[in-house]
Design a protein around this ligand. Structure first.
Ligand code: NDP
Length: 339
């Protein structure tokens, strides 16, 4: 373990490989992350492993992959450690109805996102360990990086230690699911949730606006749609930019661009900094930190997901505004070798 000021990083050496010996580990949910985590735990040698899921196709898939599957309430009742891997906005009702009332005293619950704890959408009982193990990857990569021992970074924290062995269990789980091949940083649930939403809703949103509006501008100026999608993401150059941020550092990465790109990037970034973008990001942060965004998302669920349905229509191409982009991407993909 290394620390600077109060910040703690954890690596594989900090975990007791026998921390989960004799513990019955339950994975609740067999979706994107749940399935990968379940496979990783099994391959890591967790002997008593059970999936909690409602009786539908995810449960069938888990059984087909030789997991023991129980209804969520029954699985929770038998758990020493329960990793709750269902969608964030669904967790409150499932937690209240099926999980919380059945937990044994001294057991542990883990969350892969601080969201519900941070915005007080759930209130775990006093007698259980409450742990955060929040990977920065989806299930596919979490599985791939477990198999090749590359690991994947996660934020971890002990939110409540009822058993006296909460940290040992947390690091045991982080080790078993493959996180600690890479390492983990301690961050409490509130700051993890604020951070996650902040980056999604500022960096993610600004990148989305930049790509969408630059596409429109370029096409309007006579640049072929195929060239626009190639330049902005299909030729892979943007991936190398982000890889260089990671490998060399964010500012130092500028040296990899020529002087024209460095000069243009610098002056335009400074201009944008003086627009109202930073003020809008601050408003976004305030809405996130106050729990306003979480309330808004629960209302979205209660209303039958109207905004998410529109977003999904765009994502699937079922929207006239995005059709030209889908078509340009398909033409590029069939004409060039995109890998
Ligand atoms: P998924 O959407 O893939 O979860 C699907 C699972 O949730 C299925 O087992 C599904 O079962 C179950 N589920 C859905 N609705 C209900 C319901 N009403 N009642 C009971 N079970 C339900 O979730 P993710 O794997 O994406 O996310 C799980 C957690 O991991 C979240 O906390 C998320 O923030 C976190 N996380 C996700 C990452 C990602 O990239 N996906 C990355 C890092 C963290 P069924 O359909 O059978 O009901």
């Amino acid at each position: 373990m290394t620390s600077s000021t109060a910040l703690r990083f954890f690596s594989a050496q900090d975990a007791d490989p026998h921390a989960l010996d004799g513990e019955r580990v339950v994975v609740i949910g067999f979706g994107n992350l749940g399935r990968a985590i379940a496979h990783n735990l099994r391959d890591a040698g967790v002997a008593q492993l059970v999936i909690g899921n409602i009786a539908d196709e995810y449960a069938q898939q888990a059984r087909a992959e030789q997991f023991e599957v129980l209804p969520i309430a029954e699985a929770a009742a038998g758990a020493d450690v329960a990793f709750i891997l269902i969608p964030d906005e669904v967790i409150p009702e499932v937690f209240e109805a099926d999980i919380a009332p059945n937990l044994k005293a001294g057991s542990a619950i883990l969350f892969a996102s601080g969201y519900n704890l941070a915005y007080e959408l759930i209130h775990p009982p006093k007698g259980v360990d409450v742990l955060l193990l929040a990977p920065r990857m989806g299930g596919e990569l979490a599985r791939e990086r477990f198999l090749n021992k590359q690991g994947y970074v996660a934020y971890v924290s002990v939110e409540q230690d009822a058993s006296g062995k909460a940290l040992k269990r947390l690091l045991g789980m982080a080790y078993a699911v493959g996180v600690l091949y890479a390492g983990a940083l301690e961050l409490d649930a509130k700051r993890e949730a604020d951070l996650d939403l902040l980056v999604e809703q500022t960096v993610g949103a600004a990148l989305g606006v930049a790509i969408m509006s630059t596409y429109d501008l370029g096409v309007e100026a006579g640049i072929p749609p195929e060239a626009m999608v190639l330049e902005m993401y299909m030729d892979g150059e943007m991936e190398t930019v982000f890889r260089t941020f990671r490998e060399r550092g964010f500012y130092r990465a500028s040296y990899t661009h020529g002087p024209t790109a460095m000069y243009g990037g610098y002056v335009r970034t400074m201009q944008l900094m003086q627009s109202d973008l930073a003020a809008k990001f601050r408003e976004t942060l305030e809405e996130i930190q106050s729990g306003g965004f979480a309330q808004q998302f629960q209302a979205e669920r209660s209303a039958g997901y109207p905004a998410l349905t529109m977003a999904e229509q765009m994502a699937s191409g079922d929207n006239p505004f995005v059709q030209p982009v889908f078509e340009a991407e398909a033409r590029v993909r069939s004409a060039l070798k995109i890998s």
